[in-house]
Design a protein around this ligand. Sequence first.
Ligand SMILES: NC(=O)c1ccc[n+]([C@@H]2O[C@H](COP(=O)([O-])OP(=O)(O)OC[C@H]3O[C@@H](n4cnc5c(N)ncnc54)[C@H](O)[C@@H]3O)[C@@H](O)[C@H]2O)c1
Length: 443
Amino acid sequence: MNITIIGTGYVGLVTGACFAEMGNTVTCVDIDHEKIDNLNRGIIPIYEPGLEKLIQENKKVGRLSFSTSLKDAMKNSNIFLIAVGTPESPNGEANMDYIYSAAREIGQNLEKESVIVNKSTVPVGTADKVRTIIAEELAKRKVELKFHVVSNPEFLKEGDAIQDFMRPDRVILGTDSKYALDMLKQLYSPFTMNHDRLITMGVKEAELTKYAANAMLATKISFINEIAHICDELEIDVESVRQGIGADSRIGYSFIYPGAGYGGSCFPKDVKAIIHTAKKAGVNPLVLQSVVARNDVQKTRMFEYIQKKFGSTLEGDTFAIWGLSFKPGTDDMREAPSINLIKSLIEAGAVVQAFDPIAVGEAKKNFPEKWVSKGKLAFYEDNYEALEGADALVLMTEWKMFRNPSLSKMKELMKNLCIFDGRNQYDPYYMRANGFYYKGIGR
Ligand SMILES: NC(=O)c1ccc[n+]([C@@H]2O[C@H](COP(=O)([O-])OP(=O)(O)OC[C@H]3O[C@@H](n4cnc5c(N)ncnc54)[C@H](O)[C@@H]3O)[C@@H](O)[C@H]2O)c1
């Protein structure tokens, strides 16, 4: 099949590479000329395990190409997947400008019966709006053509994106068109061979399913973070409580790890967007609002722990930070809790020595250059180098390489044996027995 992907970000690039791998011919289009130039020169704009190899191999055999011209790409294709960004607007609503502009361009260039698939996370009613925009553009051209708009939300996780796309838990297709359904069933059949993972439903139901899924995951995180806060006040260990509740199969162990708050490009904006949808529908979203409020508090918890130990002024104190990206396996820094923490530390007078195995390049964009030039913030290529002279280590991203560090090296390098563990990676009893002050989330 000949496919065009509109928007070559995390979702578009992974989708394009995975469809090409299954024998399809794919063109990934983007309005960002630099990104497309780089991709054509073999430079991959994001870090995602396994992605670079997949792109290079499929590009080499001509199944995957990159372009800034949607018009050209559309000539050979009759399936268009929209994977542009839907960032947060100031009022919490999803900003739909990129979606509508992609729809307009499709309408301006459509030449044959086609299926338009929305993979971006979009509010209920977007497919109708996309349909209207395309119809208006066709009418301006006095062209009569059949086209079908489908909602096919994407559930991949950054850091595991290829695996998630290749072996999805489910593929959701929201449409009332048999023509579109037959075509998409064929497109997704290589990914659903083992057992049927397709769930078909109405367009609006598919649109809401994506928001409801992300809101549920964010709710689990905010819930356990609140339990951890209660544990802090009662001086009991949340880890025992986590294991105790996770053993109940109705609850399960996944997504109940306490931490320094959720971040990334999806949960923060998607929970706010569903709140906006609820309010517009006349519903007071009590649970969802609390999820956001807890996360806002959670992002300040590590700093509170630090101030409790070091006092409110941190002048003359040096903090090593291990892990900057919002989660392991990605260089995505969008809404990463490490940003809030580093800003608070430096504003309180501290010096920060930061390390991340992948995300340093992206991380630097979030802080004033003068912090680096004035020696307030430094980035290191080795996690132990970042510990030199530190009064404390703060772990913010649970990269595997941090799990079993050399305590002897730490003792040699750190000025003060003190660990703040924002992802509960270490055993407090073991660390304390080895002479460290240890504070985890709710432990
Ligand atoms: N990142 C994730 O893990 C993830 C997972 C599931 C769903 N989603 C959703 O998928 C959508 C895309 O997310 P992302 O993280 O890939 O975004 P992204 O910001 O990484 O990429 C979006 C790309 O679209 C391009 N673009 C914007 N307007 C365009 C246009 N008119 N024509 C062509 N290209 C255009 C941008 O230049 C950018 O490169 C969002 O709605 C997001 O919520 C993201």
